[in-house]
Design a protein around this ligand. Structure first.
Ligand code: PEP
Ligand code: MG
Length: 894
């Protein structure tokens, strides 16, 4: 097998790493006996070495020479032959498609002599000179780096001189003169002549393609698409065929199925008498493939045959580029075609029904990201819209409502039956009521793991965050974006999938897939607007059912209300992996918690705890009832302390004002002293989680008792509650032991009081590096671990999860330090390594240790693969991501 250079006949479709997508496709088509012009591929390895050494590998020149000789033999023409020249195209082709990002040079081999040979061979002198001037132009721009306007200006001058407005009206002499003018430009701009040696042209074109891997736009594209920078591109050198040799020639693109609907058939565009670039650039309007059928039924039939062959061979939708040269079909490219999310599901199931692929393969052909696109209502793409600004897409969906600027107004207006979008600079836990009342949430600050984003995702509420352009004037009840103003009550629309914010209403289309997940296949089918929608719903059902059958990972939900729990269950959750109890202590109950925390004597504290017990018990009864028979992990309280206490500044001002009036409330003074005492510079690293539970007597005991009593009550009712008690932010086994001992005591007490057997599992979250690194010790006290990867990411990287995304991630993203936020997709090298250590060392001590993850990563497709691979038992995510997690857990297993 060759080294840096592979003949098209030597590779195959599986060699994409070395040959790039295009090279592998050309090789595969060659192997299949399809009509591919002869050629060869220079491997990505050559490009990588070029990038490392700044020069092409020495052997490459020799290998290119030999490959060109083979090409000449195959074509019976010679490179540089003045009478009958071989011309080649030089195209980039990376492993992952990067459309339009890198360079191509066509007609390499033309010079002052061979242009006459081309004219003789084609019998078309104008064509030959036009090809030559295109070469000088393309070569000048991409290889020699001359600004494109130089050539464009010269072309304009030529047209003006002739008094015509389009290129095609220029005659042979004009084009010959233009070649002269272009060559002058090359000389002026580079200080040297346009290279007449075909081999020099070829070598320079090859290095130009290598260089184009690292242009600004190519790097930017890779960052966006998460393509690694070190792959390099292959270079395809291929004998030229011409689609612009008159009416019996042409060029086109084709799909073996409709990429929008998945329907089988022939889809594509054809342009007679044109080169590929004309189709791609959209210079001329194309006609459907029926045009080719009409013009040249034979070539059309050849194309259909090739398409059928490719689809049965690749067993997938393929897209194809082809050229017809004087009635002869040439295949120039093929690859598995991109498609919309609905088409991906339909095509996968169609291929199963056509016995081309298995259900396992069908599962692998769709992604969680595609499924989530299908779950949310979307704005009607064809509708008119008035873009106001853009933010970060934090929670998908399409929301239209009146802008309101505080949570209270949101609740009031919603109670009057109005649809509102809550707009805040940023949100805090006090905004929760408003977020629930609103159809969407929009913030000017904060990133994808800010409070607003996490809470909104949890609720499935459409949310856009970090729209920095919004200048919110709360007292004025309005916001400004540059010269534009939106007043409270004005209608706005936010798109949680794209991050766009519109002024005015935009029509919304409901999601049939979401209907199916909520109400079942029959309801969704009965309501399906058309056959395609019905087909889509059935396809999703079949693939998800298969995912459930093959997956090893369990899927639970993060839910903390009975409604969310019920919804999660409908969506297929097999339990609750995280029931956060913080919100149960907000609103009216906050005063009670304040009293517990600030109590100066035991009686006062006990009174507040006693008042909290029945309400907390009812919270758990509701959730455990909704999750009857399924495991429900209840996490003990974990807020930073300051969330429960009055704001220090506000309280200080209030006391100072009261003092100046001589009417200070002694309670306020007491409160101020306590708040001062407990004030923390860094609450996220302060008195929270298990620390709060150990420092404030009775707090965790109250919660544990409430869980036990709720379970006992439901057992008495004949239900099967399965609560698990989870201790947050543990860093030391001593912390866990103290809480666990107390839990066991309370379990025994409640068991005795109620006569119900209670043996609730007790476990802890792994949210601190120290917890992961001492997992063997923790496992002696924990029956389960749940990885809190939000905090684990925060504490491993030392990034504040609330501030970091707006603050410097964009910069980190731009300079390539972070391709993706580690709060979105788990950082497998660092955070993942800690997870791995905890899994291995925890299980070594306790082989039946049950392991899950409940950070936001539990719903992220890429992270789910990792959690499958390290052997977790389940992932837990917001209810709305449950179907996506089911699908991805299935995909991880096939
Ligand atoms: C976590 O830290 O990953 C977690 C699930 O807890 P929270 O997001 O509530 O801090
Ligand atoms: Mg946490």
């Amino acid at each position: 097998m060759a080294g840096y250079v592979w003949d098209f006949s030597e590779g195959d479709k599986d060699a994409r790493d070395l040959l790039g997508g295009k090279g592998a496709g050309l090789a595969e088509m060659t192997r299949l006996g399809l009509p591919v012009p002869p050629g060869f591929t220079i491997t990505t390895q050559a490009c990588r070495e070029y990038m490392a050494d700044g020069d092409v590998p020495a052997e490459l020149r020799v290998e290119v020479t030999m490959a060109m000789r083979r090409l000449e033999d195959a074509m019976q023409r010679h490179f540089g032959d003045p009478a009958d020249p071989l011309l080649v195209s030089v195209r980039s082709g990376a492993k992952f498609s990067m459309p339009g990002m890198m360079e191509t040079v066509l007609d390499v081999g033309l010079n002052d002599l061979t242009v006459h040979g081309l004219a003789a061979f084609t019998g078309d002198e104008r064509f030959a000179w036009d090809s030559y001037r295109r070469l000088v132009q393309m070569f000048g721009r991409t290889v020699l780096g001359i600004p494109g306007e130089e050539f464009a200006d010269a072309l304009d001058k030529a047209k003006a001189a002739r008094g015509v407005s389009s290129d095609v009206e220029l005659g042979t002499d004009d084009l010959r003169d233009l070649v002269g003018a272009y060559k002058d430009i090359v000389r002026e701009q580079t200080g040297r002549e346009f290279p007449q040696s075909p081999r020099e042209q070829l070598d320079l074109a090859i290095t130009a393609v290598f260089n184009s891997w690292n242009t600004e736009r190519a790097r930017l594209y890779r960052r966006k698409e998460r393509i690694p920078d070190d792959l390099g591109t292959a270079v395809n050198v291929c004998a030229m065929v011409f689609g612009n040799l008159g009416p019996t020639s042409g060029t086109g693109v084709a799909f073996t199925r409709d990429p929008a609907t998945g329907r089988s058939g022939v889809y594509g565009d054809y342009l007679a008498n044109a080169q590929g670039e004309d189709v791609v650039a959209g210079i001329r309007n194309t006609s459907g493939l029926t045009e080719l059928e009409r013009l040249d039924p034979e070539a059309y039939e050849d194309l259909r045959r090739a398409m059928r062959r490719l689809e049965t061979h690749y067993r997938d939708l393929c897209d194809i580029e082809f050229t017809v040269e004087r009635g002869k079909l040439w295949m120039l490219q093929t690859r598995v075609g991109k498609r919309t999310a609905p088409a991906a599901f339909r095509v996968a199931v169609q291929l199963v029904d056509e016995n081309l692929i298995t259900m396992d393969e069908a599962l692998d052909r769709v992604t969680g990201a595609q499924l989530s696109q299908l779950l949310f209502p979307q704005f009607d793409a064809g509708a008119e819209r008035d873009l106001l600004a853009r933010g970060m897409a934090a929670s998908p969906g399409a929301a239209v409502g009146m802008a309101v600027f505080d949570a209270e107004t949101a609740q009031e207006w919603a109670a009057e039956g109005k649809e509102v979008v809550l707009v805040r600079r940023e949100t805090n836990p006090d905004d929760l009521g408003g977020m629930i009342a609103a159809v969407g949430v929009l913030t000017a600050r904060g990133g994808k793991t800010s409070h607003a984003a996490v809470v909104a995702r949890g609720m499935g509420r459409t949310c856009v965050v970090g729209a920095e352009a919004l200048d919110i004037d709360l007292p004025g009840r309005r916001l400004h974006v540059g010269p534009r103003t939106v007043h409270e009550g004005d209608v706005i629309a936010i798109d949680g999938t794209t991050g766009e914010i519109f002024v005015g209403s935009v029509p919304v289309r409901p999601s049939p897939v979401s209907r199916y997940l909520d109400d079942g296949l029959d309801v969704a089918l009965a309501e399906a607007a058309d056959e395609e929608t019905a087909e889509l719903v059935v396809a999703v059902d079949r693939i998800l059912t298969h995912a459930d059958a093959v997956r090893r990972l369990g899927v639970r939900a993060n839910a903390d209300t009975p409604e969310d729990a019920a919804r999660a269950r409908r969506l297929g959750a097999q339990g609750i992996g995280l029931c956060r109890t913080e919100h149960m202590f907000l609103g009216d109950r906050r005063v009670l918690v304040e009293r517990v925390v600030l109590a100066t004597d035991d009686d006062e504290r006990q009174a507040a705890l006693d008042a909290l017990l029945p309400v907390q018990r009812e919270d758990f009864v509701g959730i455990l009832r909704a999750m009857d028979g399924l495991p429900t992990t209840i996490r003990l309280l974990d807020p930073p302390l300051h969330e429960f206490l009055p704001d220090l500044t506000e309280l200080s001002v209030r006391v100072a004002l009261a003092e100046s009036r001589g009417e200070v409330d002694p309670h306020d003074l007491h409160l101020l002293a306590a708040v001062r005492r407990m004030h923390e510079a860094n609450p996220m690293l302060g008195l929270r989680g298990v620390r709060l539970g150990l420092v404030v007597p009775g707090l965790f005991a109250l919660q544990i008792r409430a869980v036990c009593e709720a379970a006992a009550q439901l057992l008495t009712d004949g239900l099967a509650p399965r609560p698990e008690i989870m201790v947050p932010l543990v860093g030391s086994v001593q912390e866990l032991r103290l809480v666990r001992d107390e839990a066991l005591r309370i379990m025994a007490d409640v068991s005795q009081e109620t006569g119900q057997p209670l043996d609730l599992p007790v476990g802890c979250m792994i949210e601190l590096p120290r917890a992961a690194l001492t997992a063997d010790r923790l496992a002696t006290q924990a029956q389960f671990f749940s990885f809190g990867t939000n905090d684990l990411t925060q504490t491993t990287w030392g990034f504040s999860r609330d501030d970091v995304e707006g603050a410097f991630f964009p910069q980190y993203n731009a300079n390539g330090v972070l391709a993706v936020s580690p709060f979105e997709t788990v950082d497998t090298r660092g955070v993942g390594r800690l997870v791995q250590i905890a899994v291995e060392e925890g299980r070594a001590v306790r082989p039946d240790l049950h392991l899950g993850v409940c950070g936001e990563h539990g719903g992220d497709p890429e992270s789910i693969r990792f959690f499958h691979a390290v052997g977790l038992d389940y992932v837990s995510c917001s209810p709305f991501r449950v179907p996506v997690a089911r699908l991805e857990a299935g995909r991880s297993a096939v």
